[in-house]
Write a protein that binds this ligand. Structure first.
Ligand code: HDD
Length: 709
């Protein structure tokens, strides 16, 4: 398939707005050429500055207004352009053009984000990642605004402000930034047991992805697909990354935050720049309407997933991101996603979280972008033509002609005119509703423990260890014992062994009798015990798809491999490994004692990518050390290289050495683990490549954890 950067309809539209300053004179906003932009207009060389100075006023005035409010949540994000294409029509389920026309390349703009941190916070915070995709379809814009986890913290939009207020920095001192490990968050979580499922996902490796390109995406809510006959099916949307789902360890995440807080942003940008386009397949779980009540949970409850073993994911197409934005502010910052943007063939359900979102996103753009005309901003503009009677307001960019702005009219020839459903007019799904108006939560939403327990049971042992560590870290940062105690009781409802391990790390005991958390969600003063099923339901022992141990391990494309070299390194070792890695699209980077260049033993100059003092092992996926006595001696002379290797080993990464490279290993903790499955001494590059594709040798985790770096 053609992955070249063939311009999409959206690309062509955006071209009209781009401004190129090459070979252009500097002008004012009125087009006046400027001859001095360094000095203000003064009465004499030493002042005073004159009010008349319109050049000074214009320049400062613009600067004073450059910032807009950051997003209330998901403030930090990065985005890219690309396209979506369909493998096969699913017209039996949906009439949407994007789901029926296999000839189309629908332009997309996808933005990935963290939730809690501010715009300038670190990429590697333990958090949910936003996964928002804007499809510029021929029938109008469809936004699928999801996350990298298939469930959400809360069941009703009414609780969203409470959730976010609890996780954001505490309001008295604005501490901590981009971190959930603090009292207010756990106060809320421990009193609101519906949060547990999403919470345990965040405590798992899913909360610290290796790359935005290596995470799944989920629409979360159950939506509806509508076919030409008006028949509906329930649907859940899944994005499956081509590179598999991989994560870093918490120790790495903490260190990456210091070494390169733009780690994910840079990774996405560089991969696209290098032509290694990130790709996800779109999958659907489709449920006939008749089966709505056949599950042990409610399809309208966004804290529940449908295990893939119960409803398989049908892969129907792929999204390729193949172009970086030209301007961060104009595109990534100004893009406005609205879950309410749908097209004929896709519709909502009564999921009470989704219903609230339909209001919130349009509303928030007003304070963020400043005008209800934000849909006219280039990045938000539909590629389907827009004609209506909505007029005026701040920053109207269009010049609607004629004297009619109402419907019906005869003076304007009845235009713009209505379209019948057959002509593509949107018709809301005619769901029958017969109910009392009531402010409550359905009893069918009350099982809060079965699915977090299913998730935990499905994890590999190394993943379980990471969850134990994460809970221990997060609760260890809380200062109130009653909050920790409540959390321990709740974690015990998921898994007792897990709770006991965390309790040991906290130096506490799992309480067997506490004042039960009040599940405020269900109703005033309701006790969670009254509503929970007496026992956790076990509708599946395990769901292997939930574990990253079952993801893809078949590629090393874009993996960053550090070659540790100094003058005199052995060219033959170097070349053989470099060629083998690059043939598989891995990225080789030379890390040397200094910047500039290094000379190999064949007296050729090689450009250094990073001097050791400017980089850290956590920025790489694996290490290779070619032989050459002189080179190895120089590496041994700088202790940062041994730290670099010890740390990579601790993080379970693959390490390969050739010839004298072994001497360097002997100076590190690896000396005791030369038989490790991902340590290679004078081995064929293909063995090293296979280990890098496995992402990590988690078997090493227990011994490696004790290495001090
Ligand atoms: Fe939200 C942004 C995802 C529930 C209110 N949300 C936002 C973004 C993502 C999500 C990915 C960033 C979009 C971008 O890149 O610009 N949000 C979700 C998911 C949810 C969810 C997957 C549950 C399934 N959100 C949710 C609720 C509310 C909001 C229940 C309010 C009642 N979300 C917002 C918001 C934001 C937002 C305040 C901030 C910036 C924006 O909308 O455009 O309106």
């Amino acid at each position: 398939m053609d992955d070249k950067r063939t311009p999409t309809e959206k690309d062509k539209q955006l071209e009209n707005y781009k401004v190129d300053y090459t070979d252009k004179p500097l002008t004012t906003r009125q087009g006046l050429k400027v001859n001095d932009t360094n000095n203000s207009l003064k009465a004499g060389p030493r002042g005073a500055t004159l009010l008349e100075d319109f050049l000074l006023r214009e320049k400062i005035h613009n600067f004073d207004h450059e910032r807009i409010p950051e997003r209330i949540v998901h403030a930090r994000g990065s985005a890219a352009h690309g396209y979506f294409e369909l493998y096969e029509s699913i017209e039996e389920y949906s009439k949407a053009g994007i789901f029926t026309d296999t000839q189309r390349k629908t332009p997309v703009f996808a933005r990935f984000s963290t939730v809690a941190g501010s715009k300038g916070s670190t990429d590697l915070a333990r958090d949910v990642r936003g996964f928002a995709v804007k499809f510029y379809t021929e029938e109008g814009t469809w936004d699928l605004v999801g996350n990298n986890m298939p469930i959400f913290f809360i069941q009703d939009a009414m609780k969203f402000p409470d959730l976010i207020h609890s996780v954001k920095p505490e309001p008295n001192n604005e501490i901590p930034q981009a971190a959930s490990a603090h009292d207010t968050f756990y106060d809320f979580v421990s009193l609101t047991t519906e949060t547990l499922h999403n919470h345990i996902w965040v405590m798992s490796d899913r909360g610290i992805p290796r790359s935005l390109r290596m995470m799944e995406g989920f629409g979360i809510h159950t939506f509806r697909l509508i076919n030409k006959e008006g028949k509906a099916h329930f649907v859940k949307f899944h994005w499956k990354p081509k590179l598999g789902v991989h994560s870093v360890t918490w120790d790495e995440a903490v260190k990456i935050s210091g070494a390169d807080s733009d780690f994910h942003r840079r990774d996405l940008w560089e991969a696209i720049d290098a032509g290694q386009f990130p790709e996800w397949e779109l999958g659907l779980q489709i449920i006939p309407e008749e089966d709505e009540h056949k599950f042990d949970f409610d399809l309208l409850d966004p804290t529940k997933l449908i295990p893939e073993e119960m409803v398989p994911v049908k892969i129907i197409g792929r999204m390729v991101l193949n172009r970086n934005p030209d301007n961060f502010f104009a595109e990534t910052e100004q893009v406005a996603f609205l879950p309410g943007n749908v097209v004929p063939g896709i519709d909502f359900t009564n999921d009470p979280l989704l219903q609230g979102r339909l209001f919130s996103y349009r509303d928030t753009q007003l304070s963020r972008l400043g005008s209800h005309n934000f849909h006219q901003l280039p990045i938000n503009k539909s590629v389907a033509p827009v004609h209506n009677n909505q007029r005026d307001g701040h920053m109207q960019m269009e010049i609607p002609k004629g004297n009619t702005a109402y419907f019906p009219n005869s003076l304007g020839g009845g235009c713009p005119y209505l379209s019948s459903v057959e002509e593509g007019g949107f018709e809301s799904y005619q769901e029958r509703i017969d109910a009392h108006k009531i402010r409550t939560r359905s009893e069918s939403f009350s099982d809060h423990f079965s699915q977090p327990a299913l998730f935990y049971r499905s994890l590999a042992s190394w993943e379980k260890n990471h969850v134990i560590d994460a809970y221990s870290f997060e609760l260890g940062k809380c200062t109130h014992d009653h909050i920790k105690s409540r959390m321990l009781w709740i974690i015990a409802q998921i898994d007792e062994a897990l709770a006991n391990e965390v309790a040991d790390n906290l130096g506490m005991k799992v309480p067997d009798d506490i004042e039960r958390p009040i599940n405020q969600a269900i109703g005033a003063n309701a006790n969670v015990e009254d509503h929970q099923p007496k026992k956790k339901k076990i509708y599946l022992e395990e769901s292997p798809e939930l574990s990253q141990a079952h993801t893809k391990f078949d590629t090393i494309a874009t993996r960053q491999i550090a070659f540790l070299v100094a003058d005199g390194f052995h060219m033959k070792d170097f070349e053989a490994m470099k060629k083998a890695l690059e043939a598989k699209n891995a990225v080789v980077k030379l890390v040397a004692p200094h910047g500039g260049t290094v000379l190999c033993d064949e007296k050729m100059e090689h450009k250094v990518d990073a001097a050791i003092m400017t980089t850290e092992s956590v920025l790489f996926d694996a290490i290779y050390i070619p032989g050459g006595k002189k080179s190895i001696d120089a590496l041994l002379a700088k202790s940062k290289f041994t730290k670099f290797i010890n740390e990579a080993f601790k993080h379970c990464k693959a390490i390969a050495v050739a010839h004298e490279g072994e001497t360097l290993l002997d100076a590190t903790a690896v000396v005791d683990f030369k038989n490790d499955a991902a340590v290679f001494i004078n081995k064929d590059p293909k063995d090293f490549i296979a280990a890098v594709a496995k992402h990590r040798n988690w078997e090493r985790m227990d011994v490696a954890a004790e290495i001090a770096v």
